[in-house]
Write a protein that binds this ligand. Structure first.
Ligand code: SAH
Ligand code: DHB
Ligand code: MG
Length: 219
């Protein structure tokens, strides 16, 4: 079995070859670390993937649930089509403040709208449709965030959900880990939803063994 150190080393190699960083991204990571935020943002490769997806979709409106220090926000907001906007939802005002500063440093404050509060309380005030939604907050509410994303979507919208494999623990039906329970509830919700088509891709890298689910709104 290939060890996690190799996954991480390969992620470093991918970053150094295909995913050049820049001052704004580096500064966002440094400021997030200095502020004591947990280092749970997407990897550079994942950030670029999200940006590419937004570009492929020609996304003009993006919804993000779970801002942290705004690292994934910067990748997504940079990929917006001209005139586009991104709304990102964050419960913790300290995280939101770090994100605000990181997003401003990246020159994106005019296209990013940070809504501070519990996502289930801010979601009802949003106006869709969003071309792309990235769900990456408290995992227990994944199915609720999926419902809202669907309500705020159109045919062709895409929803990406992070952290859906959890080192494989997602298959443990007796787990009480809210991350696992949240993913299983999400999958049961998606299974019963005829309006969408979805799959999960397992991943390894600097963030260990995890995965993301990709959903397209079909009707
Ligand atoms: N998307 C970020 C990482 C997000 S980490 C990136 O990749 O860069 C998850 C974030 O969700 C944390 O900042 C946490 O405070 C926030 N969060 C947790 N519960 C929430 C809730 N109920 N509503 C909104 N945000 C929440
Ligand atoms: C955690 C949350 C995330 O969104 C992530 O990508 C990795 C870890 C966490 O809460 O541990
Ligand atoms: Mg995540």
């Amino acid at each position: 079995m290939t060890p996690p150190e190799t996954w991480s080393a390969v992620d470093d190699y991918i970053a150094s070859t295909l995913v050049p960083s820049d001052d704004a991204l580096d500064a966002a990571l440094a400021a997030s670390q200095a502020a004591g935020l947990p280092p749970i943002q997407v990897s550079a490769a994942q950030g670029k993937f999200l940006g590419l997806l937004a570009r492929i979709l020609n996304a003009r409106s993006i919804l993000e649930v779970g801002t942290l220090g705004g690292y994934s926000t910067i990748w997504l907001a940079r990929a917006l089509a001209p005139g586009g906007r991104l709304v990102t939802l964050e419960a913790d005002p300290r995280n939101a403040e770090v994100a605000r500063s990181n997003i401003a440093r990246a020159g994106l404050e005019s296209v990013v709208d940070i809504r501070v509060g519990l996502a289930l309380e801010t979601l009802p005030s949003l106006t869709g449709p969003f071309d792309l939604a990235f769900l990456d907050a408290d995992k227990i509410n994944n199915a609720n965030y999926f419902d809202w994303s669907l309500r705020l979507s159109r045919v062709g919208s895409v929803i990406v959900i992070d952290n859906v494999v959890r080192e494989g623990s997602v298959i443990d039906r007796s787990s009480t880990d809210p991350g696992v329970v949240g993913v299983r509830l999400l999958n049961e919700r998606i299974m019963r939803e005829p309006r969408v088509s979805a799959t999960t891709i397992q991943t390894v890298g600097s963030k260990g063994y995890d995965g993301f689910t990709l959903v397209r709104v079909e009707r």
